[in-house]
Design a protein around this ligand. Sequence first.
Ligand code: NAI
Length: 689
Amino acid sequence: MSSANQILIEKQGQVGIVNFQTEKLNVLSHALRSDLYEAIQQLLADAEVESIVLAGSAKAFSAGADIAEFSAGTHLQFPSLHDLVQLLSDANKPTIAAISGTALGGGLELALACHHRVIDAKAQLALPEVHLGLLPGAAGTQLLPRYIGVDLALEAISTGKPLKLASLKDTALVDVLTETDSKQAAIDFAQNTQKSAHIKHSNIDASAELLASLQAKRAAMGNQAQHVVQHAILNAVEAAVTLDFAQGFAQEQALFQSLTESDVSKSLRHAFFAEREAKNIPDLNPDARAKSVAKVAVIGAGTMGSGIAICFLQAGFSVTLIENQQAGLDRGLGLIQKHFAGQVAKGRLSEEKAQAIQANLSTSLEYSALAEVDLALEAVFEDWDVKTAVLKQMDAHLPAHAVLASNTSTLDLNLLAAETSRPESVVGLHFFSPAQVMPLLEVVRTQYTDDSTLMTALEIGKRLRKVAVVAGVCDGFIGNRMLNEYLRIAGLLIDAGASPYQIDRALENWGMAMGPFRMCDMAGNDIGYLIRKQQLKINPNKKFSGIADQLVEAKRLGQKTQKGWYDYSNGNRRGDQDAEVMALIDAYRAEQGIQVQSFSDEDIVARCIYALANEGFRLLEEGIALRQSDIDVVYLAGYGFPRWRGGPMFYATQQGLGYMIEAMQQFAQDPTTDASFWQAPALLSQAAA
Ligand code: NAI
C-alpha cells in the first residue's frame, strides 16, 4: 500500500479490488480522493478487469468528508466527491461497494454511487450532515430516494439517524446483507454480476399524491429561520422526484452552497466543533494518564446523589451509595428504583437488563465502604461544615489512587480541597438537575487538581456520555455565574418597564427553551433569593431588582407552591399570567419612583443575551473558561440555548463585537440598570478591536 493513503489494488480473476485504509477511518481527504480516483481509473482501463470492488477497512468503509477541508474550500479541488460520484456511477463496468464498519455522509454517498452494495449486517450507514446544518452534497439526496423510496430517504436525511438495514434488505440499496467478511462477499457477488444501468438513470414516479405529501410536509415545517436546513433538505429530495439526475444533482449543489452561507448552518457547525474542542485541554502534561475507574461511591442520596448514581449505573459502573441515616438511603434507593421501573415501563430497558444494572448498586451507612473505591463523589447538603466533614471522611477512607469529587455548586472548591491531605486528587464534577437527564457536566479544576485527576474526570464525563467542559473555580463556575447576571439584568428590565411575561415571550420566541422567569419558577424562586443574599454579603452595592425578593417573601416560590411569577393553580404547567404579580410590580415601580419605559422584544433579547456574553468575556479574562467555544457548549448543553444560534459567544461574535459594545453603552444610560455591569471588559474591547 502507498504509505500516504494506504491504497492497494488487487485482482481476483476478473474482479479488480481497490482496498483503502487510512488512519483516520477513511475520511475522504483530497489525498484519499485522488488515490481512489486514480485507482478506479486504472481498473476501468484494465481490459482484464470486468468489475470493480471498493473495499474499506473492517472499521470503516468511510467516515465521510473531511470537514476541515471544507472550511478551507479544498473539498472542491479535483477530484471532488462529485467527481468520484460521476466516475463510479458512469463506469462502464459494475462497481460494488463492500461495506463494513461505518459508511457515513460522503462515505455513504460514495457507496450509493456504486452500482451495487454488499453490506455487513452490523455496519452503520447514515447521512448525518443535518447535524452540521448541511445536506448530503454528493448526490445523497438524489440517490437515496431512488434506492429506498422518498419517505424513508427523507426521514434518514432530515434526522441523520442510521438506516435500519434489516428492514431495507429488499430495497435496491442492499444487494447482499452479509454476516461474514463483506469484502469476500463482494468479490463473490462481483463474479456473478452483469453490467446494469445505474439507478440514477431511473426516475422516481412523480405522482400527484407524492408531490402533495411533500407539499404538506413543507407546510407543516414552519418558515422560521431555524428551519432553513430542513427546507433545503426537503427541496433537494423533491428535486430527486421532479428532475432528472443531472438537474437534481445541480440543484442539490446549489442548495448545499446556500446552506453553507446561512447563519443557522454556521451556528450548527460551530456547535459541533465547539463540543469536540472542549475535550482538548491545552496545558496537560503529555505523559499524564487518566486513572482506571471501576468502583464508584456517591455520598448523599438526595436529588442529585441519586440522579448521579443512576448515571454511573447506566454507564456500567459498580456504585455504592452512602448516607448518614437509613431514611436518606431508603429515599435515594426509592428514587433509583423508580427511575429503572420507569425505563422498563417505557420499553427503554428490558426487565433483565434493569435488574442486572441495579445488581451493581450497594448501599452503606459507613465510610469504611470507601476502602476499595476508585472515585467517590459527594452530593451532600450545600453547607461548608457538612461538606468539609464529609471530604475529610473521604480522605481518611479512600485508597491512595482514588479521586475525590464534589458536586458543590457554590462553595469554594480550592478551599474545600485544601481541607484534605490530598488536594491534588480533588476535582469538581458539577452535574445539572435532573442529573440522569441533563447532558452538561462542568469539570471544575482547582488550583491543586493534578493532570491525572483532571483526565480521570474528563474520562468519566465521556463514559457517562455527558458533555464535559472544564471550568476554573469561581462563584457559579461558568454556567451559573453567567445565569446569575442574565437573571439580574432581566430583573432590572422589569423595574424599568418590561413585564416578566414579555421578557419570557421575547426570549422564547428568539429560541431559548424557557424564558428566565418560567425557569426560576421551575427551579424555585427561593434558590435565587439565597444566591442574591449571598452576593449582597460579598458586594453590598450590587444592584438587584427588589421584585423577586418580594415574590419569595409572599411565598410565591414557583411551581412547588403553585404560584410564582406565574399562577399554576389551574393545572396549566406553563402557568398563567397573574394580575397579582403585575400589581406587585406596579407598586414597586411607584415606590422606587421609576419612570416606566417600553421595550421592544429585540431590545429585551439584546440585553439578556449580551448579559450572558459580557459575563462570558469576564470568565475568559479571568481564565475560568478556557475558550469562547467552551462557554457556548455550556449554554447549549445546560441552559436551553438554541443550538441553531451557536451559543451566546458565537452569537455575539457573529453580530459583531463592536456592535455589542455600542449596544452596551446604550444600555448603561438607563437609570434602572447596573451601568457598571455594562462596561466592556478589556478582553472584549480587544477582541472587538
Ligand atoms: P438534597 O438535600 O436533595 O440531598 C442531600 C443529601 O445528602 C440528603 O439525602 C442528605 O441526607 C445527605 N447528607 C447530608 N449530610 C450527609 C452526611 N454527612 N453524610 C452523608 N449524607 C449526607 O440536596 P441536592 O439538591 O441533591 O444537592 C446536593 C449537592 O448537589 C449540593 O452540593 C448542591 O449544591 C449540589 N447541586 C444541586 C443541584 C440541584 O439542582 N439541586 C444542581 C447541581 C449541584
